[in-house]
Write a protein that binds this ligand. Structure first.
Ligand code: CAA
Length: 261
């Protein structure tokens, strides 16, 4: 595995065709300050443009936290104007990453940490993972999508309970609620997420990106429009070399060699 020179808060390790991005601020439980989120968005953008990378795993350094939320020390004195104008540009960039993204969560995923995990397309959690939206305990509320993505994922009543009480739920409970794809023994979340990433990275890259795009559209579009959207992407894949290769290989009883073309 080739390691990139460490930046201030984010580490990128390539294991083509996957990459592992690590939030590296363990002394503050990977609390998300603005510089960190900007650096994370830069790292993810760069990997998203890199054709050799077909799936990205996002995790937190140390075994205590994926991320314990936005940086409270940094936020404490901010004005409403600052928060309304500058605060979420980097989050929007993360939201637009087209490459499938898997969050590997060990320990706390709270507030912005839980919201960041929900920016991923799948979540693998260690048994010691804890999810929650404790913003209400600080006199604020979710700001990076928690009220919207949680509600769409776990439903109104559970989302209300988490966001109105600030309580934390275990990985098992989050899994039973459909927030987590799989729960693994403590400390094995990264290995398991990497295995899953390699499974995804084996697929035709364009088909995987279009699939991600279509599934995310289901959150935004009425069914009729979503079905049309899906059909257009489906048809477009018939312009790809990988569609010809995938079907040729099936009929020849061979393994396909996808190229992302
Ligand atoms: N912001 C800044 N620093 C944080 C932090 C955060 N969100 N979470 C933890 N830290 C820091 C602590 O201040 C502490 O630093 P020092 O050693 O310098 O004192 C260090 O990380 C270790 O934390 P604790 O000593 O508190 O560790 P603990 O094991 O006793 O408790 C915890 C762990 C329950 C997660 C506790 O740290 C905690 O409650 N953290 C805050 C969680 C939170 O409220 N998150 C939501 C933030 S708001 C938000 O995210 C808004 C949004 O939607 C965008």
């Amino acid at each position: 595995m080739e390691a990139k020179a460490p930046d201030m808060y984010i580490l990128v390790e390539r294991e083509d065709p996957i990459a592992v991005v690590t939030i590296n601020r363990p002394d503050k439980l990977n609390a998300l300050n603005w510089a960190l989120v900007a650096e994370l968005a830069d790292a993810l953008d760069a990997l998203d443009r890199d054709e050799a990378i077909s799936c990205i795993v996002l995790t937190g350094a140390g075994n205590k936290a994926f991320a314990a939320g936005a940086d409270i020390a940094e936020m404490a004195d901010k004005s409403a104007v600052t928060m309304a104008t500058g605060g979420f540009e980097s989050w929007d960039r993360i939201r637009r990453i087209k490459t499938p993204l898997i969050a590997a969560v060990g320990g706390y995923a709270l507030g912005g940490g839980s919201e960041l995990a929900m920016h991923a397309d799948m979540i693998v959690a260690s048994e010691n993972a804890k999810f929650g939206q404790p913003e209400i305990l600080l006199g604020i509320m979710c700001g990076a999508g928690g009220t919207q993505r949680l509600t769409r994922t776990i439903g109104k009543y559970r989302a209300m309970e988490l966001c109105l009480t600030g309580k934390q739920v275990s990985a098992q409970e989050a899994s039973a609620w459909g927030l987590v794809n799989r729960v693994v023994p403590e400390g094995q979340h990264l290995e398991e997420a990497k295995k899953l990433a390699h499974e995804v990275a084996k697929q035709a890259p364009l088909a995987a990106r279009f699939t991600k795009e279509a599934i995310l559209k289901a959150f935004e579009m009425p069914l009729e429009e979503g079905l049309q959207y899906e059909k257009r992407l489906f048809a477009l894949l018939f312009a790809s070399e990988d569609q010809k290769e995938g079907m040729r290989a099936f009929l020849a009883k061979e393994k396909p060699a996808f190229k992302g073309r």
